[in-house]
Design a binder for this molecule. Structure first.
Ligand code: NAP
Length: 310
């Protein structure tokens, strides 16, 4: 690899936003590289069925959709390098990205690093991952066939996870800290109808009870103050995501939750740097909004390259 080669566009992260930017950039004739840590798709690849991305009448699994997006971008010449980014200098010209596989230089950069699952923040949580604590129902659900699981959270992810797990586990106990779900209406009825799903409102997980593996959770009711122990084989933590912006702290402007401040144009506070998908400030984090961002970023980058004469 020639480490002095200057790409027109470096895309950090190979989720739907990243690969759409790659597709648009490569089709526009920009010399484009995508830096991806593991495999294409990001969080989308962990979703076993996507029903709200148009064009797939019967839905599509996230892994296949990711593979298709990658192949489509590569058909037009975008290149994928599997490398872990360790440092970025976004103010440099060209922009510098240091990775496990060496250095990459780019005239423009698209940050498409997405967001990772947020932890509950209770003692021993990290130690029990893989021994009863999980963050992805689509990935780990099958280990809990016929068992009892707790799902923590009240958003779309928690609702989707609870429904998925209700088809695998014997019993699903959904624990939510308020008395109403944040999840959209489409999930409410199936959740209430599912015979093996029980909802525990106004409840928080105070303790993970375990031996070698998790054996239960201690819950606290925030209204009555009452505590109770729920025996279970697994806890699926589904309490939102935190943006993967550690590497751009101090360079890009971030909001209080750590998302990159960028509007619909995806432009950030640094010229030639764009933030797409779940990593940027936005109202609706979906595959369909991430792919729209990818297209916008390339549009803005082409204008930047033309105006800056690069
Ligand atoms: P979310 O919408 O932010 O929901 C997080 C949930 O976790 C909320 O119910 C929140 O409670 C709860 N929570 C947060 N911190 C907690 C803590 N420390 N302890 C206990 N509970 C806690 O996150 P999400 O469900 O992961 O969804 C992320 C984005 O992806 C959203 O924009 C969502 O719409 C989208 N998404 C869409 C779909 C779909 O459309 N099919 C599926 C999955 C995800 P409060 O309600 O009290 O704040």
């Amino acid at each position: 690899m020639n480490q002095n080669h200057v790409y027109d566009m470096i895309i950090v992260g190979g989720g739907p936003g990243g690969y759409t930017a790659a597709l648009y950039a490569a089709r526009a004739g920009l010399d484009t590289v995508i830096l991806e840590k593991l495999s294409a798709g990001g969080q989308m690849a962990l979703t076993n069925k996507i029903d709200n991305y148009p064009g797939f009448e019967d839905g599509i699994d996230g892994f296949t959709l990711a593979e298709n997006m990658q192949k489509q971008a590569e058909r037009f010449g975008a290149k994928t390098e599997y490398a872990e980014v360790t440092r970025m200098d976004l103010n440099a010209s060209p922009k510098v990205v240091e990775t496990s596989e060496g250095q990459f230089l780019g005239r423009t950069l698209v940050l498409a690093t997405g967001a990772n699952p947020r932890e509950l923040g209770v003692a021993k949580e990290a130690e029990l991952v893989g021994r009863g604590v999980a963050y992805c129902a689509a990935c780990d659900g099958m280990f809990y066939r016929g068992k009892t699981v707790v799902v923590v959270g009240g958003g779309n992810s928690a609702a989707a996870d609870a429904l998925l797990l209700s088809r695998i586990a014997k019993k699903v106990i959904m624990v939510h800290r308020r008395d109403t779900l944040r999840a959209t209406k489409i999930y409410h009825e199936p959740l209430m109808k599912a015979e093996n799903v029980e909802l525990r409102w106004n409840s928080t997980v105070e303790e993970l009870i375990h031996g070698e593996r998790l054996t239960g959770v201690r819950l606290r009711n925030s209204v009555t103050g009452e505590e109770s122990v729920v025996e279970c084989d697994g806890v699926f933590v589904s309490v939102g995501r935190k943006p993967a912006t550690e590497l751009v702290q101090g360079q890009l402007e971030l909001d209080r939750s750590g998302y990159v401040i960028a509007g619909e144009s995806t432009a950030t506070n640094i010229g030639g740097v764009y933030a797409v998908g779940d990593v940027r400030t936005k109202v609706l984090r979906q595959v369909v909004t991430a792919v729209a961002d990818g297209a916008m970023a390339v549009h803005a980058a082409e204008e930047y390259l033309a105006e800056s004469g690069q």
